[in-house]
Design a protein around this ligand. Structure first.
Ligand code: MG
Length: 354
């Protein structure tokens, strides 16, 4: 029995180089800060697991959902959003840098493994799902895969589900990692309704439970509620819209959604994380250092393209600064730190612990 196109897409993603590099790329905590924190690899696996659960319950294509989920962060720079922001600023005069677009570049061009073509030659649906966002001025050049950013409309339901599963995954695992790191605490989390509701229920049912298990049980229940709500609300909207096929899904506004009360809960949780965790002085200090590393790497390679490895130097000749952005975006955290040290002779104190 052969594989379906979407199984093949999923398999090619799992075998590609960019996928393995996710293990050494920051989600929130730099890879060397501890062995238990999420990396972009474990994050992507959690997204796929959540998305597949919803896809199966809704009778969608699980393989397509999994392929989009596993590929969604392939274009992420080292050091999470700080790396992306620094690279976007460095590339301001050459079209900027956006990690969703970069994920598509990875699967369309940058992976070089197959004899007959560049990239992974993925199906339209997977590519459409990977391109989660795209500025209209860039959409034109991308053709049909970015068509909805010009005309409006939505990607297939599998892609919509993968996108919301991403939100469920990070907002829950960041609570777990933030608590583990001691950057947020359970008392402050009581102001977040979703957390307070489930931690209260867990306390009542298991009053003697040890702290780590209580946190885990609480987060497990939060994820379950979000998954069940997403499944029920999406089913409701799909029925109400009366869509019969994927063309009608694409012509509609997004149909995958949380109910209004759960959307409010999730927004409240995300705001808490933005204020208390992502902007925590300890996270900010490391992210500031990360921005320095990425922008100095970019400036060094621009000044001295001979420092680029042969293949990338050759691409620089053809593509200019975009080739530097592609090279830096592909780096893992520790590779970027090492390359920065080699090029500038400077060490960044925030990364010396590693
Ligand atoms: Mg993600």
């Amino acid at each position: 029995m052969g594989r379906t196109a979407f199984q093949r897409d999923r398999d090619r993603i799992v075998h590609c180089t960019a996928f393995r590099r996710l293990e050494y790329k920051t989600q929130v905590f730099i890879n060397h800060e501890g062995d238990l924190y999420r990396t972009r690899l474990t994050h992507s696996i959690e997204v796929a697991q959540i998305a597949r659960t919803v896809a199966r319950a809704l009778g969608l294509d699980e393989d397509l959902t999994e392929a989009v989920s596993l590929a969604h962060d392939l274009g992420h720079t080292p050091f999470g959003h700080a790396g992306q922001d620094a690279l976007d600023a460095a590339m301001a005069s050459w079209g900027g840098f956006e990690h969703n677009l970069q994920s598509l570049r990875v699967v369309d061009e940058l992976e070089q493994r197959y004899a007959a073509f560049d990239g992974l030659n993925l199906s339209f649906e997977t590519r459409e799902g990977i391109l989660k966002r795209c500025r209209p001025e860039l959409a034109q050049a991308l053709g049909e895969v970015a068509g909805r950013f010009l005309r409006g409309g939505s990607p297939c339901l599998e892609a919509q589900i993968a996108n919301l599963a991403d939100e469920i995954a990070y907002s829950n695992h960041d609570v777990d990692d933030g608590l583990r790191a001691g950057l947020i605490d359970q008392e402050a989390l009581q102001t977040v309704d979703l957390f307070a509701r489930h931690s209260g229920a867990v306390r009542e049912r298991y009053p003697a439970l040890a702290e780590r298990r209580r946190v885990h049980e609480t987060i497990r229940r939060m994820i379950s509620e979000l998954i069940e709500d997403l499944t029920a609300e999406t089913l409701r909207r799909v029925s109400a819209a009366g869509v019969r096929d994927v063309a009608e899904v694409r012509a509609s506004p997004p149909l995958a959604a949380f109910s209004a009360p759960i959307r409010r809960d999730l927004t409240q949780l995300k705001r808490f994380l933005a204020e208390r965790l992502y902007q925590h002085p300890r996270v900010e200090a490391v992210m500031g250092a990360a921005r320095t590393v990425v922008s100095e790497l970019f400036a060094s390679y621009r000044e001295e393209p001979q420092a680029l490895p042969t293949e990338h130097r050759e691409r620089f000749g053809r593509l200019g600064e975009r080739a530097i952005a592609d090279y830096i975006a592909g780096m893992t955290d520790r590779f970027a730190i090492r390359a920065h040290h080699e090029l500038t002779g400077r060490r960044v104190p925030e990364f010396d612990a590693g």
